[in-house]
Design a protein around this ligand. Structure first.
Ligand code: ATP
Ligand code: MG
Length: 485
């Protein structure tokens, strides 16, 4: 029922069925808040640190727009609830029973998020019943729950990994919710990637179906930065910084040999953000290969020709390759069938090794002297503790998650255009954030490495046509097409 939406800016909207214009995303369905209104005053109102802060509390109607660049008449579009403490909360502090779980692969910052969830719940809202679920989703029904206190998590942010343990697979929604219900848990904090957030949405739906008064708060984790909607995922900065160290080593190796090539494989199953940013940051990279930008080896404009040219000019070169790049090339040359892990993710073939062999064979056939050193730092990067900026980000994400759960919302938390927001689960899981190779950032990368774009004339013509359409003036009906970036 769209007419029940109360929004400060509702005056700007024409709200009619199927045309929600400038409204909070999903408010029409009222799915993200527990059925009753929050009744308890927020204990932070009396807290010495916050009571003097002007505008500390977030207005229920505050929203964060998904797109910053909007065209003239367009205040339409998707807006999310702004994250932050509310004047009223849904749960009384002593009735809160919270649990925290980490799932999926490792990522710098997991322990910082756990620590700040525990300390934030305890210090801001005087919550004392906080439990850790061990080894991912299956721990809800197969392991003991750990009791977490500010003291027990005091220095875990200095360690890599997750103190709770993690796993893939083992998501049994019914058994998980049975355990939440039996143990009287009413706040569930779920830290994990796209698969984990899909699982969180299933848990959320089952909880709603059973009419339980439980908030589900997702904190998205992905070292690849491939989660849709949010500006950046935690651990990404740390990963880029550590990746640079591997690139430095590759550069040293390459410079120290005649026609030396340093090849570094970085994370990025479907999205090449780490490879792209590490390349832009390091300036020593001559070629960056990512899943979004198909490339080819042989012939005019191919990778091998470029390597030859670069070695002739410079006597050394550095190549960065994201793990998901060139998968079609390897599959074709090895004619292997696809394999999956316990969570149903596609197992990737090692592009780094494959490239190493291909490059070696090529120069051998040309009787050209060459040395290649292949560095795979991926597991080392995943396992380090988060850096300063990620620690700050993790802390703020944890606080936003706590404020939202205390107010009775269920959501995934994230930074959207620089502001923390509560995002419906399905929004972040239905698409994946990818590097747009027709966008400015990739163009900047190409101009910094000087590598070929590997695009055919047909690709270029198609992209030009898309740009031409996107740059047209707004349609008179007010239906806008947003120009990229
Ligand atoms: P990453 O890929 O960044 O390491 P992830 O969260 O995507 O993290 P997965 O191993 O894919 O890692 O999933 C983590 C957990 O989420 C697993 O326990 C898995 O069973 C569960 N999961 C994955 N996809 C779904 C889904 N579609 N529905 C319910 N649960 C899911
Ligand atoms: Mg995943």
């Amino acid at each position: 029922n769209a007419s029940s939406v109360s929004l400060a800016d509702a005056a700007y909207v024409k709200i009619s069925e199927g045309d929600f214009g400038y409204v909070l995303d999903d408010v029409p369905h009222l799915i993200d808040h527990l059925p009753d209104a929050p009744t308890y005053p927020n204990p932070l109102q009396d807290h010495p640190a916050y009571s003097t802060v002007k505008q500390y509390f977030v207005n229920e109607d505050d929203t964060v727009p998904q797109k910053v660049v909007v065209q003239k008449i367009s205040r339409r579009g998707i807006h999310f609830r702004r994250a932050g403490p509310r004047q009223r909360v849904y749960f009384e502090s002593d009735e809160v029973k919270a649990c925290i779980v980490t799932c999926g692969g490792l990522c710098p910052g997991l322990n910082t998020v756990i620590r700040e969830l525990v300390c934030g719940l305890s210090h801001m809202y005087n919550v004392s019943k906080i439990y850790g679920i061990q080894n991912g989703y299956k721990g809800f029904y197969s392991s003991n729950y750990l009791t977490l206190t500010p003291k027990s998590v005091d220095d875990i942010h200095k360690r890599g990994g997750t103190v709770l343990g993690t796993s893939r697979g083992g998501h049994d929604t019914k058994k998980i919710v049975d355990n939440i219900q039996d143990r009287g848990i009413n706040q569930v904090y779920i830290i994990g990637g796209d698969g984990t957030q899909k699982g969180a949405y299933e848990i959320f739906k089952e909880i709603r179906k059973r009419g339980l008064k439980v908030s589900v708060a997702g904190v998205p984790k992905t070292i690849d930065n491939d989660i849709a909607i949010i500006d950046k995922s935690f651990g990404f900065d740390t990963a880029v910084e550590e990746a640079q160290r591997a690139i430095d080593s590759a550069h040293v190796e390459a410079c120290s040999a005649e026609n030396g090539i340093g090849l570094v494989k970085l994370m990025g199953r479907y999205s090449g953000f780490i490879a792209m940013y590490a390349t832009l940051a390091s300036r020593d990279v001559d070629c960056c290969l990512i899943p979004e930008s198909p490339f080819y080896m042989d012939g005019e404009g191919g990778l091998l020709q470029y390597i030859e040219k670069r070695l002739k000019e410079n006597k050394h070169m550095v190549i960065v390759v994201a793990e998901g790049a060139g998968q079609d090339l390897i599959a074709k040359s090895l004619s292997t069938s696809e394999q999956q892990d316990a969570s149903g993710n596609k197992l990737l073939l090692d592009i780094g090794l494959w490239l190493t062999h291909k490059i070696k064979d090529h120069f051998k056939s040309k009787k050209m002297e060459m040395t290649i050193k292949y560095i795979d730092p991926t597991y080392m990067i995943r396992a380090i503790p988060s850096n300063a900026s990620d620690n700050v980000y993790c802390t703020l994400l944890a606080h936003s998650a706590i404020h939202g759960a205390m107010a009775g919302y269920s959501f995934t938390v994230g930074n959207v255009n620089g502001r923390h927001a509560y995002i419906p689960f399905y929004r972040v899981t239905s698409t994946r954030n990818k590097v747009n190779i027709h966008d400015r950032m990739w163009a900047r990368l190409l101009s910094s490495t000087n590598q070929p774009s590997f695009l055919s004339q047909k690709d270029i013509d198609e992209a030009k046509e898309t740009n031409r359409m996107a740059n047209k003036p707004p349609l008179p009906t007010g239906l806008s097409h947003h120009a990229a970036n």
